[in-house]
Ligand binder design. Structure first.
Ligand SMILES: [Zn+2]
Length: 129
């Protein structure tokens, strides 16, 4: 729908009178007394209507095992990369980017645009003259 006219403050306020958020209604778990959504499984213990629907303990254990395995894999990868970097640094020093080389590269990039600017300025002066 296309907005055709400016709404008055009262019109806007009347529309927004229905925008308030309600607090969610929660039920207490019969097993662990934690709050959960009514007619839904308890997220804390996995019980619904007095029986286990999902084994939450096994689930959390599986999750922690998965996360630790992932972290170890990442650590191993990083260690391998560091070893590779050191090996490359020993073989050819040009490809290895050290902080000194980065700064040297920056000074080069800074110097290059200055020369480019002077080159750009000269044609403009010619055009103006
Ligand atoms: Zn529960």
């Amino acid at each position: 729908m296309v907005v055709r006219m400016r709404h008055t403050r009262a019109h806007t306020a009347n529309r927004r009178s229905h925008h308030a958020l309600k607090a969610p209604t929660l039920a207490t778990c019969t097993n662990c007394q934690a709050n959960h959504r009514p007619h839904h499984m308890c997220q804390a213990c996995g019980f619904y209507k007095g029986r286990v629907v999902i084994d939450m303990l096994a689930k959390t254990e599986a999750r922690t095992a998965r996360m630790t395995a992932k972290k170890e894999a990442i650590k191993g990868q990083q260690a391998a990369e560091e070893v590779e970097g050191e090996a490359q640094g020993m073989l050819d020093q040009e490809s290895n980017v050290t902080p000194d080389r980065v700064s040297a590269g920056k000074t080069k990039t800074l110097a290059a645009p200055a020369t480019a600017k002077t080159k750009r300025n000269s044609p403009r002066k010619e055009q103006g003259a």
